[in-house]
Write a new protein. Sequence first.
Length: 255
Amino acid sequence: MTFSLLKFPLSGILSFLVLNAVSIILYPGYDKCSYIDGDDCKSNTYSFKLNFFSELGSTFTNTDDDYPPINEGGHNNEQNTFSMILFNSSLVIVGLSIVFFYNSFYKLFRTKKSDNSIILLGNVSRLIGIITGVMFVGIGLAPHDVNFPLHLFFANGAFLLLFVLSIFHALILFNSSLFPKSYGIGYIIFSILLVIYVIIIFFGPQIGPGLEFTRGDLIFQVVAQKVIILIFMFSMLYQLYGIRSLINNSTIKFT
């Protein structure tokens, strides 16, 4: 269980951070001047307020304006091979680490003293967690400039399922005596922030090829995405710390 619950998830988080940092450095830049204003509408570097994370994983840059009504024609596209490989690999690793984690997480609560409700919550979280991990893998395997509808399906589905998963995760922690209540409270806070982001995804400004949006709309969605991902990473690290303490100090025999 140590590999699935600690080593692999921690490696996944660190891989995501390192591979994304290198991917950002290697990103050839962007040109959004055809649909937003401002002196920074074009740059030869990655922008934390104008570029989504998924743009790091595109095969070519600046493909959104290739579609109607702009029809730029791809003249400003640049190959993004190295950044694409690193970013999409990081998503696959993160997705697999989520699958491994939740395929073992439920075992922590299958002790002789566990009641049926905890076991049921654990089994449900296992199923949702595995599907959520697969959705993150799907994001990495479907670059947004290759198949935008499929990419959007995986991306929106991943965060929607992650919200549902966080609810079950928090319920497990609150109803178990294995963890301090602070861990359950932490996941409740994460769930609240996550549902806000899910609302932003589905009911906020829609960004994508062929859609009309303002500079402010773009910045709003881009910054919201980065904030929730950072919160997710912090939540996982906090959770891994608690699990490590439990495994190292507990005399409970897990089944």
